[in-house]
Design a protein around this ligand. Structure first.
Ligand SMILES: NC(=O)c1ccc[n+]([C@@H]2O[C@H](COP(=O)([O-])OP(=O)(O)OC[C@H]3O[C@@H](n4cnc5c(N)ncnc54)[C@H](O)[C@@H]3O)[C@@H](O)[C@H]2O)c1
Length: 336
C-alpha cells in the first residue's frame, strides 16, 4: 500500500481511498490539505460525475488536469447546450438531461461534483448521497442552515463523504499560515479580520441579486470563501455568538456610474450590498467579517488578517509578522 498526497488544488473524494475521519462527518472546516491517503486501489481511476455543466465545471476540469487517478465519466445538466460544450471541451462521454437517470444508469459512478446553482445544492447532494455516492458540493453549501443540516444527515445516513468546494484553504499560503498557527508560532489567536470586498462588483449576469435563488448576496457568494479560509487557519474553533448587519443601498437602484461588468438588474436585486459581522469563538478568539458587492472603498479586498499574541499573518500578501532578536520581522515564503 503506497501513499499519495492530495494535491494543493485537489477536489477529489475517493470512494476506494477513504479520507480521514475528520471528513466523514462533513466537517469541512477541519479538512487538512496535507492529508495523505492510502492508494491500495490506485490503478482504478475514481469514476467522477458532475451535476451542472456551467462555469464552475470548466474551473474544476482545469484544476483536475494534473490530478492522477480519476475519470470524468458523466455529466447531467438540463441544458443540452451546456452538455454539448462539456462533451466537446472535456470529452466527458456520457451526457444526461436528468441527473436521477445518470445516478441510476451508471452504477460505476463513485463520486459526484454538484455544480448547479445554489438553490439546487441540497436536492442534488442529497440525491447523490442517497444513491450511495460521495459528494463534493460547490459553495455555498446550501440556501440555509436547515438544508445544510439535511445534507449532513444524508451523508451520515449513507456513510458517504460530503465536502464543500472551498478551494482557498488548499492554497500554498493558507497551508503555510495554518502550519505556523498550528505550531503555536503566533501564540493564542486573538483576532481575525476577514474581508471579501468589492467596490462595485455586482454581477451583471446570472441571478446573483436574487435572494430566492442564491440564498443571499456577497456573504454567501464571496464572503463565504474568506470566512471559511479564516476559520480553517484558526484551527476551526467552535463559534459561540454571532452578530451582523446587512445593508442595501446601491444594487436595488439603477446603475449610475461606469462599472467594469456593466449595469446589473436592479429590479430583481433583493440581496445585501454590504454585510458586516462579528463572531466570538470558544477560547476567546474574535473574528470580524466584511463583505460587499458594492461599497465606497478605495479598492477591492480579498484578505484574512490573523493577529495573535506572538505573531500574525496576512493571507493576501502571504506575510508573517513576529518579533525576533530585538526586531519586528516581516517574513514571506521563499522559493517560487
Ligand atoms: N468555488 C468557487 O470559487 C466557485 C466559482 C464559481 C461558481 N461556484 C458555485 O458553483 C455553482 C454553479 O455556478 P456556475 O457559475 O457554474 O453557474 P452556471 O449558471 O454557469 O452553471 C450552472 C449549470 O447548472 C445547470 N442546471 C440548472 N438547473 C439544473 C438542474 N435542475 N439539473 C441539472 N443542471 C441544472 C444549468 O443549466 C447550468 O449549466 C454555484 O453554486 C456557485 O456559487 C463556485
Amino acid at each position: 500500500m503506497g501513499e499519495r498526497t492530495i494535491p494543493a488544488d485537489g477536489l477529489l473524494v475517493n470512494a476506494k481511498q477513504p479520507l480521514p475521519a475528520t471528513l466523514l462527518n462533513c466537517t469541512v472546516a477541519t479538512y487538512d490539505a496535507r492529508v495523505t491517503q492510502t492508494a491500495g486501489d490506485s490503478a482504478k481511476p475514481l469514476q467522477l460525475a458532475f451535476i451542472g455543466a456551467g462555469g464552475v465545471l470548466v474551473h474544476q476540469m482545469n484544476y483536475l488536469k494534473p490530478v492522477p487517478h480519476y475519470a470524468a465519466v458523466a455529466v447531467a445538466d438540463v441544458s443540452e447546450v451546456a452538455l454539448a460544450a462539456a462533451k466537446e471541451k472535456f470529452r466527458i462521454p456520457s451526457l444526461f438531461t436528468d441527473y436521477r437517470r445518470m445516478l441510476k444508469e451508471m452504477p460505476q459512478i463513485e463520486a459526484v461534483s454538484v455544480c448547479t446553482p445554489n438553490w439546487l445544492h441540497a436536492e442534488h447532494s442529497i440525491a447523490a448521497l442517497e444513491a450511495g455516492r460521495h459528494v463534493m458540493v460547490e459553495k455555498p453549501m446550501a440556501m440555509n442552515a436547515r438544508d445544510a443540516k439535511k445534507m449532513i444527515d444524508a451523508a451520515q445516513a449513507s456513510g458517504k463523504q460530503l465536502v464543500v468546494g472551498f478551494q482557498h484553504r488548499f492554497e500554498a499560503k493558507s497551508r503555510m499560515i495554518r502550519k505556523f498557527i498550528e505550531a503555536g508560532a503566533f501564540g493564542k489567536i486573538l483576532y481575525v479580520r476577514v474581508q471579501a470586498l468589492r467596490r462595485r462588483g455586482i454581477p451583471s449576469w446570472g441571478v446573483f441579486g436574487r435572494k430566492d435563488l442564491q440564498g443571499g448576496g456577497p456573504l454567501v457568494d464571496i464572503g463565504v470563501h474568506m470566512l471559511e479560509t479564516a476559520h480553517f487557519l484558526m484551527g476551526s474553533p467552535q463559534p459561540l455568538t454571532a452578530t451582523a448587519s446587512t445593508f442595501c443601498y446601491i444594487g436595488d437602484k439603477p446603475c449610475e456610474v461606469e462599472v467594469p461588468w456593466g449595469p446589473w438588474d436592479h429590479k430583481t436585486y433583493t440581496v445585501e450590498d454590504l454585510a458586516v459581522g462579528m463572531i466570538r469563538f470558544e477560547g476567546g478568539s474574535t473574528m470580524t467579517v466584511e463583505t460587499s458587492f458594492a461599497a465606497h472603498i478605495e479598492r477591492d479586498l480579498w484578505n484574512v488578517q490573523v493577529m495573535g499574541e506572538k505573531g500574525g499573518a496576512n493571507f493576501e500578501t502571504g506575510q508573517l509578522f513576529t518579533d525576533q532578536g530585538g526586531y519586528m520581522m516581516t517574513r514571506r515564503r521563499g522559493g517560487r
